[in-house]
Design a binder for this molecule. Structure first.
Ligand SMILES: *[C@@H]1O[C@H](CO)[C@@H](O)[C@H](O)[C@H]1NC(C)=O
Ligand SMILES: *[C@@H]1O[C@H](CO)[C@@H](O)[C@H](O)[C@H]1NC(C)=O
Ligand SMILES: *[C@@H]1O[C@H](CO)[C@@H](O)[C@H](O)[C@H]1NC(C)=O
Ligand SMILES: *[C@@H]1O[C@H](CO)[C@@H](O)[C@H](O)[C@H]1NC(C)=O
Ligand SMILES: *[C@@H]1O[C@H](CO)[C@@H](O)[C@H](O)[C@H]1NC(C)=O
Ligand SMILES: *[C@@H]1O[C@H](CO)[C@@H](O)[C@H](O)[C@H]1NC(C)=O
Ligand SMILES: *[C@@H]1O[C@H](CO)[C@@H](O)[C@H](O)[C@H]1NC(C)=O
Length: 375
């Protein structure tokens, strides 16, 4: 009985962590060298969306290379919708985590209000003394949208992430007056690809990276493109302000296939994810595999992926035929200079780690890794 009461008190204390957040839409100049995919017409209908998926998943072919005709520099000012959170007023000097969501979500992936926020990554990070900056990826949600083929692409989004980071570091980001001494970057899925690319292209901007729902294997990526049963976002979502070429998974069954492993989630959270789902631009799908081969990053690197992740592990991260401890563990080769590398397999979990019953177990593994590495 006394033990139970103690456990109850600890829970209350954890839940009572103060949370102060500010929403800001910032305007940032972004420049990047983009692909020009003019040997491909932007799909305008659901039939054409299926045709796109058919070519993108054809075995032995590289749809990106077939569509690519040239490169062009894009230089524009974009609006990025952000949320900055801190545990309490005297934590202004705490390390800052910059969070990049993946396909299918927006920044609320990191702060799910479902079940009174008991799945919130941000609440957990704040309880460990971190500050967080999450944002809607360029092209998605309340950030600027753009041409889904030749504009909204991976390298433009990496450049946006670099700008946001520089502003947070130099004290010019609204609300972040105290410059953080340490900046950690965490991503999910495609957001992990962007975080990895940031560490490769701007290694001095980050002190530690956490790649969730990720591996360096591209073998199973077509399962994602096929399983989404993509349709035009402006025909499926209530928000009509996505032009043709922004695609979204068709329904809750497709959403389940992409992000969930039964029976390790609450069916109501699938309904919640479905209600709040977000699209992907075809330019993102065409460029997500074009990240650098290696990163010169010297700081600590954690890859944490659900044991049953479909797009990055084909449903079983431990089945490597003996080639390595796990599929994510093979990512060590991409970080020859990292001072620490760990690949952690989160049990009983699919691709959408934050939506499974044991999400908090994964958050604790991430915080443990960061603390062990002085972050
Ligand atoms: C800030 O943004 C979140 C979504 O990220 C939203 O739920 C919340 O209502 C916003 N807060 C304010 C004060 O606008
Ligand atoms: C496909 O082609 C693109 C553009 O040439 C290239 O960046 C990418 O690495 C290729 N993908 C594969 C799997 O070979
Ligand atoms: C252009 O795309 C078609 C398929 O739509 C392909 O057969 C052709 O090889 C591509 N052209 C080039 C130059 O890659
Ligand atoms: C959230 O609450 C539900 C039911 O109260 C519980 O089953 C689940 O494990 C909790 N999830 C997290 C991530 O804490
Ligand atoms: C986007 O803006 C709408 C309306 O202004 C708001 O209701 C919603 O919470 C915002 N979403 C995010 C992810 O900030
Ligand atoms: C901070 O960084 C941003 C983005 O690179 C830059 O535009 C701005 O001039 C910098 N401000 C200061 C005070 O260094
Ligand atoms: C929950 O996650 C933690 C951290 O990975 C793990 O140690 C624990 O075994 C998990 N629990 C279940 C029931 O999967």
């Amino acid at each position: 009985m006394p033990k139970l009461m103690l456990a109850g008190l600890a829970l209350l204390a954890a839940e009572a962590t103060a949370k102060t957040c500010f929403n800001n839409t910032v305007e940032i100049p972004v420049t990047s060298r983009n692909g020009v995919f003019d040997n491909l017409s932007t799909p305008k209908t659901n039939f054409e969306a299926a045709a796109f998926a058919i070519s993108a998943t054809r075995q032995g072919a590289n749809g990106t290379e077939q569509a690519l005709t040239d490169y062009a520099t894009i230089s524009k000012t974009y609006k990025i919708s952000t949320q900055y959170c801190m545990p309490n007023a005297d934590s202004r000097n705490a390390p800052l985590q910059i969070l990049t969501h993946g396909i299918g979500f927006d920044k609320t992936y990191w702060d799910l209000p479902y079940n009174n926020f008991n799945y919130s990554y941000i609440d957990n990070a704040l309880s460990h003394g971190y500050r967080t900056l999450s944002y809607d990826r360029l092209g998605i949600g309340n950030s600027s949208h753009g041409d889904p083929k030749n504009e909204i692409q991976a390298f433009l989004e990496v450049a946006a992430l670099a700008q946001i980071t520089q502003m947070a570091r130099n004290g010019s980001f609204p609300g972040i007056r105290q410059k953080p001494q340490k900046v950690i970057h965490a991503g999910h899925s495609f957001g992990s690809g962007l975080t990895y690319a940031l560490s490769a292209m701007y290694p001095s901007l980050t002190d530690g990276i956490v790649l969730t729902g990720f591996s360096f294997s591209t073998t199973f990526n077509p399962y994602f493109v096929a399983g989404a049963n993509f349709q035009q976002a402006n025909q499926v979502l209530s928000s009509k302000n996505y032009p043709p070429g922004y695609l979204v998974s068709s329904n809750a069954v497709a959403n389940e296939f992409l992000f969930f492993t039964p029976p390790y989630f609450d069916p109501q959270i699938l309904a919640f994810a479905e209600q709040n789902k977000k699209p992907v631009a075809i330019g993102e799908l065409l460029t997500m595999g074009s990240v650098p081969m290696q990163s010169p990053f010297t700081g600590p690197v954690l890859i944490i992926t659900g044991s049953n992740d479909v797009p990055f592990c084909g449903g079983d991260c431990l089945n490597t035929g003996g080639a390595a401890e796990s599929i994510p563990a093979q990512g060590k080769l991409a970080f020859p200079s990292a001072k620490a590398f760990e690949a952690y397999i989160q049990p009983n979990t699919g691709h959408g780690l934050n939506l499974h019953y044991n999400a908090t177990g994964g958050y604790e593994a991430i915080a443990g890794f960061l603390k062990n590495n002085g972050l």
